[in-house]
Write a protein that binds this ligand. Structure first.
Ligand code: ATR
Length: 288
């Protein structure tokens, strides 16, 4: 029997990554033979690491912090192909290989569709016609903005500490927003508006242990409040959300859904995500 197809998550750090366990569950569930590991890349060595992994016969990889931007650039600079959603996000978290030549690689970004599917399918909140507040304008926010617009959000307010970064993201998504009838505006963190249907924390404030950077009035009873982090990092945001009457959610569902989309891109088979999310949730304590 030939060796299983090889995949891995590349990042720095990667020891904590849940991706190998998620993909192992997907593979068992769908009967796909694959071997999914971790590759710790030196901070200045992503290009060499990904090149060596592809040259060793791997079929693809996930890319995590801090290499998602570099991953897209590597593929674009080598005349490989990149999906529209990866180009809009300016970052790739999924690569596919066909040998060592990067001109034959492809890059995609499954983070945003992962968040949209988690909100709609697992949290049960249809996004069409909603008012959404997206906090942050870094890589995580850039990855989810386009898919939120494509999901039919009516109004999307982008609030960030550095106004210029929010304004740049609004500008780069203006055409997509017009096409979908979504009003996308930048606003200051202190006054982003009130009573949103969905509030998404895509800033790294939780990681820094900083206070939630928006006023509680952005929430109303019944709002959905999602932090893209999970585990202990998401706990302060989730506590704050519950204190303001919202339904709090961490980023575990997005993690599983972005992995499922990557698995589908590589294998052509979409795994069932609910049982994998349930198993993962039992392992990760997100109680505040
Ligand atoms: P990521 O890839 O996780 O998005 P990033 O690209 O470094 O990381 O972006 C981090 C985001 O969190 C930025 O929007 C940052 O705000 P600035 O653009 O002003 O730097 C935001 N952020 C980080 N710490 C924050 C804090 N304590 N309060 C508010 N926003 C914060």
């Amino acid at each position: 029997m030939p060796a299983p197809d090889r995949y891995a998550v590349l990042g720095h750090p990667v020891a904590h990554s849940r991706s190998p366990a998620i993909h192992a569950r997907f593979a068992a569930q769908t009967g796909q033979r694959l071997d999914y590991g971790r590759v710790l890349c030196p901070l200045d060595g992503f290009v060499a690491s990904v090149g060596a992994f592809a040259a060793a016969g791997a079929r693809g990889c996930n890319v995590t912090v801090p290499f998602k931007f570099e991953a897209l650039q590597r593929v674009l600079q080598s005349a490989g192909s990149a999906s529209a959603r990866a180009q809009r996000a300016g970052a790739a978290n999924v690569l596919g290989f066909d040998g060592a030549d990067p001109a034959r690689w492809w890059a995609d970004n499954s983070d945003g569709i992962g968040l949209v599917r988690d909100i709609q399918q697992h949290a049960g909140v249809p996004l069409a016609g909603t008012r959404v507040l997206l906090v942050g304008a870094g890589g995580a926010a850039a990855g989810v903005l386009g898919p939120l617009i494509e999901a039919g959000v009516a109004e999307l307010v982008l609030a960030n500490r550095t106004a210029a970064k929010a304004e740049a993201l609004v500008a780069s998504h203006a055409e997509l927003a017009t096409g979908h009838g979504t009003q996308v505006i930048a606003a200051p963190l202190a006054e982003p508006g009130r009573g949103f249907d969905v509030v998404i924390n895509a800033s790294s404030s939780s990681l820094a242990g900083a206070a939630v950077p928006v006023p509680g009035a952005v929430l109303r009873p019944g709002s959905l409040a999602v932090d893209l982090m999970y585990g202990a990092a998401a706990a302060p945001f989730m506590t704050w959300a519950r204190e303001h009457g919202a339904t709090a959610r961490d980023g575990l569902g997005m993690l599983v859904e972005q992995a499922a989309e990557a698995f589908f891109l590589w294998r052509g088979v979409m795994p069932a995500t609910a049982p994998v999310l349930a198993a993962l949730r039992a392992e990760v304590d997100t109680s505040a």
